[in-house]
Design a protein around this ligand. Structure first.
Ligand code: NDP
Length: 330
């Protein structure tokens, strides 16, 4: 038996290239559950894995794809039977383990969750790691005391994958949402997802010399990192919190100061979606099924096939991909 996959190879001169190839089944990694993959997604991290950047992929040839959804073909894990529909996000699949850019994947049963009943495999991938991360960030902010009466919530990198889902969920939950974007042409899209205020990225891009700025946000979800995250922290209201989920701008914060933490009691919440325990994933998926309006999800999705991934990888790394990208691998 064979399967089709996007295979990333490294040449002797160190050049990394990706192409769709037919591979023998015995090349799949060992694992308890074999899945006929239907859909995968494109996240920022997939862009790094497809292009070999960031040192995430250590062993070549490699099949990327950090998320997938499909139907179980074979299983030695008693929790899964042939015919079950399943979803995988994270666990470093697609980085250190062959991932979802293939018509077949073999993984550990511990990494799979059942497809939520309210969702199709395509919808689950329209959500993917980006959507799960957005939901985990909202849940962390709620745990830190956020509620709609406390005020407006800021989302940075708003037209990206995590940002788009975060805007839609927060709006559905009754929050006023401010969306930071570097793409003025995304305004109508962001307003349709539920953003009330659009903020030009340039307003928050430069470090501020002030230790604090006027209090504006009850909470924030930040995909950008760097000095923009510091500007956000300086604007979070007393006792509010910001959830740091990404580094689309920068990992380092040259202008870092502890003043917002010690004078305003602001909290910085770290969000990781990759190694989240299974119970928490199940909670987050069940919240997504109720709190993410599926009609809004349709508006943010573009669909492509395996062969288009190399071009899409460069686009996502340049911040040019809007919303969520679904990959029909079949
Ligand atoms: P996307 O590329 O879809 O979105 C990122 C967005 O950030 C862009 O669309 C753009 O939004 C904005 N952006 C890009 N470059 C810059 C820049 N230089 N300065 C300011 N803003 C910028 O990526 P994802 O949504 O998939 O991921 C976002 C980040 O979160 C990535 O860093 C990713 O690695 C990380 N991540 C972390 C996870 C975790 O578990 N913690 C899980 C998933 C992702 P706009 O055009 O609106 O300005």
């Amino acid at each position: 038996m064979t399967f089709r996959a996007l295979l990333v190879e490294k040449g002797e001169d160190g050049t990394v290239s990706a192409s769709v190839q037919e591979l023998a089944d015995d090349r799949l990694p060992d694992g308890d559950v074999t899945v006929a993959v239907e859909y995968s997604t494109l996240n920022y991290k997939d862009g790094l894995c497809i292009t070999g950047k960031g040192g995430l992929v250590r062993s070549f040839p490699h099949v990327p794809g950090i998320d997938f959804a499909g139907t179980v073909e074979a299983s030695t894990d008693p929790r899964f039977r042939p015919g079950d529909q399943v979803v995988l996000t994270g666990w470093r699949v697609g980085e250190t383990w062959w991932g979802g850019y293939a018509t077949r994947a073999r993984v550990k049963g511990d990494w799979l969750v059942p497809l939520p009943k309210a969702l199709t495999t395509r919808e689950a991938m329209a959500i993917g790691t980006a959507g799960l991360t957005a939901m985990l960030a909202v849940m962390a902010l709620e745990k830190a005391g956020l509620s709609p009466p406390r005020g407006e919530v800021l989302v940075t990198g708003a037209a990206g994958g995590v940002g788009s889902v975060a805007v839609a969920i927060l709006s559905r939950l009754g929050y006023r949402v401010a969306a930071v974007t570097g793409r003025p042409e995304a305004e109508a899209y962001l307003r349709a997802l539920g953003a009330d205020t659009i903020i030009d990225r340039a307003e928050l891009a430069e470090a501020s010399g002030k230790p604090l700025e006027s209090e504006r946000w009850a909470g924030a979800i930040d995909s950008v990192g760097g000095d923009m995250l510091m500007r956000v922290l300086k604007q979070v209201k007393y006792d509010g919190a910001a959830a740091a989920i990404g580094l689309a701008g920068s990992a380092a914060i040259p202008s870092f100061t502890v003043i917002p933490f010690i004078l305003r009691g602001v909290s910085l919440l770290g969000i990781d979606s990759v190694m989240r325990p299974r119970d928490e994933r199940l909670d987050a998926w069940s919240r997504i099924a109720t709190d993410l309006p599926l009609d809004k999800l349709d508006d943010m999705v573009s669909e492509y096939g395996l062969a288009e991934l190399p071009a899409l990888a460069s686009a996502v790394l340049e911040g040019k991909v809007r919303g969520r990208t679904v990959i029909d691998v079949r």
